[in-house]
Ligand binder design. Structure first.
Ligand SMILES: [Zn+2]
Ligand SMILES: [Zn+2]
Length: 315
């Protein structure tokens, strides 16, 4: 203790107390910020609580994918999508509300969720979802952002329907899209030479990752034949990503996909190269790999090179 024998000491004493308090407050605040920033699922004490949050994260992967599927389904029923990220966000928010209710019943936890973003990623096969959740159970709390990468494999390709909605003459079965005359009409409208080559063209509907990687091996043996039979999709810097495909963009700044649109035509003159980003955006010409095969791909030289394919002039 110190004695107060004049005004000077009183002021010094008060100042010291204030300073110490201030230092303590600063230490407390810094510690709190540090703690908040470093808080993650691992810092949660109870295993049960941790389990619930991890379980929610796992579910997000699936629910995110279902939201994409639902949005794509709208396209297949004639809707036009202007902002796919915003619309998928809306669908996901609704779905999570239901999930939160399920968790309340199942685990007795209160969850509030808000989708922060739906994003393209470095991989064209994944879409990233970020969701902020606040979880309360008894005395425990979690407030943080959980992320999940959902695979687009197994979903329908949005691009053909996004591009050709105005031409009603397009259909599909459980794995193939049939363009009938819609694609050739679309190409005629965009002044493509020999648009007739694309009458009755087809393309795969379900997104499946081509296993023949590196792609240059498509020229070996039956590889191209197998790839076309299975309807595989390929990575492509020029092709568009899933979220941009929903908006009817044949190309975009993100790393994307490309698929061959297969023609079934006896015509042999040059027409637009059959990679979908070329058909729906870049529109440069290619020629048949095999003139005499009505099912031959129409391909430009740089794509033929990428896939290790050569032109068979003699048949
Ligand atoms: Zn392939
Ligand atoms: Zn994109």
């Amino acid at each position: 203790m110190y004695s107060i024998d004049n005004n000077g000491n009183l002021i010094t004493g008060t100042t010291v107390i204030l300073l110490v308090s201030l230092i303590l407050i600063v230490i407390f605040v810094v510690n709190s910020i540090y703690f908040l920033e470093n808080e993650n699922i691992d810092s949660i004490e109870s295993d049960n609580f941790k389990y619930i949050i991890n379980d929610y994260k796992k579910n997000l992967e699936q629910i995110g994918k279902e939201s994409l599927a639902e949005e794509t389904e709208k396209l297949y029923h004639g809707h036009i999508i202007h902002d796919s990220r915003k619309e998928v966000k809306k669908i996901l928010n609704e779905k999570l509300k239901k999930t939160n209710k399920d968790y309340k019943e199942k685990y007795g936890v209160d969850i509030r969720s808000e989708v922060i973003s739906v994003e393209s990623t470095d991989s064209p096969w994944k879409v990233l979802f970020k969701v902020r959740i606040k979880v309360d159970k008894d005395s425990e709390q979690y407030d943080g952002i959980i992320e999940s990468n959902s695979s687009i494999e197994g979903l329908n390709d949005p691009l053909p329907y996004a591009m050709l909605t105005a031409y009603s003459n397009i259909n599909h079965d459980d794995k193939t899209i049939y363009y009938f005359e819609s694609l050739s009409q679309y190409l005629l409208k965009h002044n493509v030479d020999s648009f007739e080559s694309y009458i009755l063209a087809t393309s795969p509907m379900i997104i499946k990752k081509c296993p023949y990687d590196p792609y240059i091996h498509h020229g070996d043996g039956n590889t191209l034949k197998e790839c076309l039979k299975n309807g595989y999709f390929h990575e492509s810097a020029d092709g568009s990503c899933y979220l941009c495909r929903l908006e009817g963009k044949g190309t975009c700044p993100h790393y994307g996909l490309e698929v061959f649109i297969q023609t079934h035509t006896p015509l042999t003159n040059e027409s637009v190269s059959c990679s979908d980003h070329v058909v729906f955006h870049d529109r440069y010409n290619g020629k048949k790999l095999n003139k005499w095969d009505i099912n031959s791909l129409i391909l430009d030289e740089s794509h033929a090179k990428k896939y290790g394919l050569s032109y068979n002039e003699t048949g």
